[in-house]
Design a protein around this ligand. Structure first.
Ligand SMILES: [Zn+2]
Length: 280
């Protein structure tokens, strides 16, 4: 008898974890929990596999969007019996995301870049302080295919270097990041989330409409119509190329402002935070 959808979905995630060495025995996993379907499914499955999980929610200070996201994250963690840690962006940086975005746009930094940078920055710092061995991120196959295309068309090689089921740490201040849903399609994650009756919030961020990502998403959907399997091929072929890559990782300095690991004297998170402090 062929396996049902649920079992097939779970098996794919388990295989991603096993084949790519995402989690070693007894490792502590900080699960980035946004309140959305991807992080809900990821937390549920890591729990089901018996991993030592703890959820981390970043309060971006975005009004009802944040409130609804948090409500879903709280319901999910209560259902799963997982501890939820709420981290406030305002407490960490002195500013909310709308305050940061308002000014970073004037400095030519897109809202998604500012938000993504600060979320990664806080997740790394907090997960390290919590003693977590890994940070689990909910990116699915569709997100990854988009990131591959974006890194190619914008020429951002450092973005491409981070793409993979696991981003190993090459500096003791950086916590390794894992993506258990790396090979799972967006539509399947949603279907599984509904079958498993996991609470999630599907609201859209009001800043994302002008971003490059939604445009690339539409482009990949069109590619898929013309050439079925395009999305999976983008990701799997990129991984094959990356495995042959001989590029070395640059040595990290310490940010002169916050002390976190950084490529430059001032880390990107601090540059974004500082830009938000300049009054127009
Ligand atoms: Zn810094």
């Amino acid at each position: 008898m062929p396996l049902g959808f649920e079992r097939r979905f779970e098996r794919r995630v388990k295989r991603t974890i096993m084949e790519h060495g995402l989690i070693n025995k007894d490792e502590r996993i900080a699960v980035a929990c946004s309140g959305g379907k991807d992080s809900a499914v990821m937390l549920h499955l890591l729990n089901k596999l018996g991993c030592k999980t703890e959820a981390v929610f970043i309060d971006l200070g975005m009004g009802s969007y944040t409130e609804n996201s948090l409500k879903s994250a709280e319901e999910l963690c209560a259902k799963e019996g997982v501890k939820l840690r709420k981290i406030s962006l305002k407490k960490e940086t002195g500013k909310t995301m709308p305050e940061i975005i308002k000014n970073s746009e004037k400095s030519g930094i897109s809202p998604c870049v500012a938000c993504g940078t600060l979320k990664r920055y806080i997740l790394n710092k907090k997960s390290r302080e919590l003693g977590a061995d890994r940070i689990a991120m909910g990116h699915n196959l569709d997100d990854i295919a988009e990131t591959v295309v974006i890194s190619m068309i914008t020429g951002k090689i450092e973005l491409a270097m981070r793409i993979g089921p696991v981003t190993e740490s090459y500096d003791k201040r950086m916590v390794s990041r894992i993506r258990p849903l790396f090979f799972s399609e967006d539509c399947d994650v949603l279907r599984y989330c509904r079958i498993a009756r996991l609470p999630f919030f599907s609201g859209k961020c009001r800043y994302s409409s002008n971003a490059l990502r939604p445009f690339v998403r539409k482009m990949i959907i069109q590619m898929e119509e013309k050439c079925p399997g395009a999305k999976k091929n983008i990701v799997s072929n990129f991984i094959k190329i990356k495995e042959k890559w001989k590029g070395s990782r640059p040595k990290l300095k310490s940010c002169m402002q916050c002390g976190e690991p950084s490529l430059k004297n001032l880390c990107r998170a601090c540059r974004i935070i500082n830009a938000a402090g300049i009054r127009s």
